[in-house]
Write a protein that binds this ligand. Structure first.
Ligand code: SF4
Length: 291
């Protein structure tokens, strides 16, 4: 679900293993997080309990995926099939590497000094992290116990899988609202819009801070009334700190070919600066802080 597009400096990367999600090609490795070698029933039991997760990759980044310098962890698996997904290699959970929550938390602990110095923390992204709710809950709990700022980067489609205890352990949610008109949302993602809207309302009621992300794709999500619907919805939420309008780009295109998947946006151009400003102004008109 990660969406940043602004090419922020990558501080440290793991071994080359491309990952990431919505809009930013990201997540460069699993270095330092060894896989496990369990038989199937044992593995399933550990996945259910949240001890074990399927991880695509991780990276250390600054100025994307939340404030400060962050360890962004890309979990494998996603129920959506966004036409513009920049990391289609994160969509299948079976492509991930098994990692234990303890092992991941040890890695988080090693960066505590960096997080403190920069106001950063841990971001769980994907894929869709809520595909693995028990693992996410466990990692968020462990990070919170360490005093590390936590962020969840999600489409919200599986928001019902997030417990209230999980919300208590979240400092920030990056919520992708991929369209405001239900039919457009389904055209973009293959799924329904309603669960995302419900999750956003729940986060707002629970007092969880949000950054809303909207990927602007010409001839797909750019219709004025589609943007109005997103902006109207966002303006009803009380904990939104900012809205990020992310211009579509073609950076993930080759991966679709490599995976033998049909890419529908081959002829789509990035939005013009004028279109980006028009859309940003639609959000600003509601008094929202827009990036
Ligand atoms: S398909 Fe999943 S990982 Fe890709 S952009 Fe959509 S929500 Fe993100």
């Amino acid at each position: 679900m990660s969406t940043g597009t602004d090419g922020a400096p990558v501080v440290e990367l793991g071994t080359p293993l491309v990952g990431g999600s919505t809009h930013r090609t990201a997540g460069q490795g699993t270095q330092g997080l060894a896989g496990t070698d369990l038989d199937r029933p044992e593995r399933l039991a550990q996945v259910r309990s949240g001890e074990l997760g399927s991880l695509h990759s991780w990276e250390l980044v600054t100025a994307v995926d939340g404030p400060g310098t962050r360890l962004t962890v890309f979990l494998a698996g996603c129920p959506l099939r966004c036409l513009y997904c920049h990391n289609p290699d994160t969509l299948e959970m079976r492509r991930g590497t098994d990692v234990t929550a303890d092992e991941l938390l040890k890695k988080v602990a090693r960066y505590r000094g960096v997080f403190r110095a920069t106001g950063g923390g841990l971001t769980l992204s994907g894929g869709e992290p809520l595909m693995q709710p028990a693992f996410v809950a466990r990692v968020l709990r462990g990070a919170t116990e360490m005093g590390v700022h936590t962020t969840l980067d999600t489409s919200g489609f599986l928001g019902a899988a997030a417990t209230d205890a999980m919300l208590d352990d979240l400092d920030l949610v990056l919520l992708d609202v991929k369209s405001g008109i239900p039919d457009t949302y389904t055209r973009v993602t293959g799924r329904e819009l309603a669960p995302t809207l419900e999750f956003g309302r729940r986060l707002s009621d629970h007092g969880v801070a949000m950054w809303i992300r909207f990927v602007l794709v010409p001839d797909l999500t750019d219709a004025r009334d589609n943007v109005e619907a997103v902006a109207d919805y966002v303006s009803t939420l009380s904990t939104v700190a900012r809205v990020e309008v992310l211009p579509f780009h073609q950076m993930g295109r080759d991966k679709w070919d490599e995976l033998g998947m049909r890419y529908e946006l081959g002829d789509t151009r990035p939005p013009t600066p004028e279109l980006v400003e028009r859309v940003r102004d639609q959000f600003r008109a509601r008094g929202l802080e827009v990036h």
